[in-house]
Write a protein that binds this ligand. Structure first.
Ligand SMILES: [Zn+2]
Length: 335
């Protein structure tokens, strides 16, 4: 049984809604189709993570800007998790992560996974010009675009957002990976929740894509973008605690997130760990295999990088670390 609502105009109250109140006009996962001067539509995915308001805010600003004027291209809003947004949570405790259960997921079988499979079928039937999934993150990170394919249109779409592009094929089940089967798709990481520069940047990106006639088949000029390939996700072993205080199994330095998007030499310290904590960090490669010993080594109470790598998404937020991961490790990619 599908739980998707489909609208063909903006529901009343959408433009005034906050992430906390959006559920009053759009109670769950939904598609909102808005007409424009060209077809097919650009899909903009928002609030897949309920505590990441940038997508809702960018779309509201954009639509106010077009009040009384036609959109340059049709726009389909994909509404993720208003229930979690009402409580400012990534997802509710009894829900899966809504950006891990799209087609291709390894966490299938849930009712939510079926909802997003049905949502993809409806988008595929209508066709898309491009898909943009909007996120905030914690920790110090630049704004950056993520792609899951290296085809030229994907590179050109990502280049519209900025220089920094991350290519990853894990975790599976993310929106941009599922939507890549329909059109060039990108995940945009737009800085901290509430960062107005991130909202402006996202709105400018959506507007730019709405104005495009087609994607160039020429790749971005040399040096226009820097692509980093995610080689591992670093998780804290389940059951162990990570945090700033000394009693934690994994101890985080208060400025740990300054290392994000810095290329670190082999031997650089990532975290300190309690002496009796056994294998406290686990590194998982893109193919799902464990690669802890390839990327990390223990030196007394330190966990160090075994080879040069660039972390991203390092965060000091214990809840994010427990629900998702400590960080990703990346390497520069030369096409
Ligand atoms: Zn997110």
């Amino acid at each position: 049984m599908s739980e998707i609502r489909e609208y063909f105009e903006l529901p009343d109250g959408f433009l005034e809604a906050t992430p906390e109140t959006l559920h009053q006009c759009v109670p769950g996962p939904a598609l909102i189709h808005l007409a424009g001067q060209r077809e097919p539509a650009v899909a903009v995915v928002l609030l897949l993570h309920g505590n990441e308001p940038v997508g809702l805010q960018a779309v509201q600003t954009l639509l106010r800007h077009y009040t009384g004027r036609p959109l340059p291209r049709a726009l389909t809003l994909v509404i993720g998790n208003p229930q979690a947004a009402a409580l400012n949570q990534r997802h509710l405790d009894d829900q899966p992560d809504f950006n891990r259960i799209w087609p291709g997921t390894e966490q299938g079988g849930s009712q939510e996974a079926e909802t997003f499979a049905e949502l993809c079928r409806r988008l595929e039937a209508r066709g898309l010009f491009a898909a943009i999934d909007l996120h905030n993150n914690t920790g110090r990170n630049p704004h950056y675009a993520c792609i899951n394919r290296l085809d030229t249109p994907f590179l050109n779409l990502a280049a519209l957002f900025g220089r920094t592009v991350v290519y990853f094929t894990r975790p599976c089940g993310v929106a941009s990976m599922a939507l890549a089967r329909i059109a060039p798709a990108v995940t945009l990481e737009c800085g901290h929740p509430g960062d107005t520069a991130g909202v402006d940047h996202a709105r400018e990106m959506i507007d730019a894509v709405l104005h495009l006639d087609h994607f160039s088949d020429k790749p971005p000029r040399s040096g226009a973008i820097e692509i980093f390939h995610t080689v591992a996700q670093v998780r804290v072993r389940p059951g162990l605690q990570a945090g700033l205080d000394a009693h934690n199994d994994v101890r985080l330095e208060p400025d740990l997130d300054r290392l994000n998007f810095q290329l670190l030499a082999a031997g650089s310290q990532l975290v300190r760990v309690r002496a009796d904590a056994e294998d406290p960090l686990i590194a998982i490669a893109e193919d799902g295999s464990e690669v802890t010993r390839e990327y990390l080594e223990r030196f007394g109470q330190e966990i160090r990088l075994r080879r040069p790598a660039m972390p991203s998404m390092l965060t000091l937020d214990s809840r994010v670390i427990a629900q998702d991961c400590l960080c990703y490790l990346m390497e520069p990619l030369n096409l």
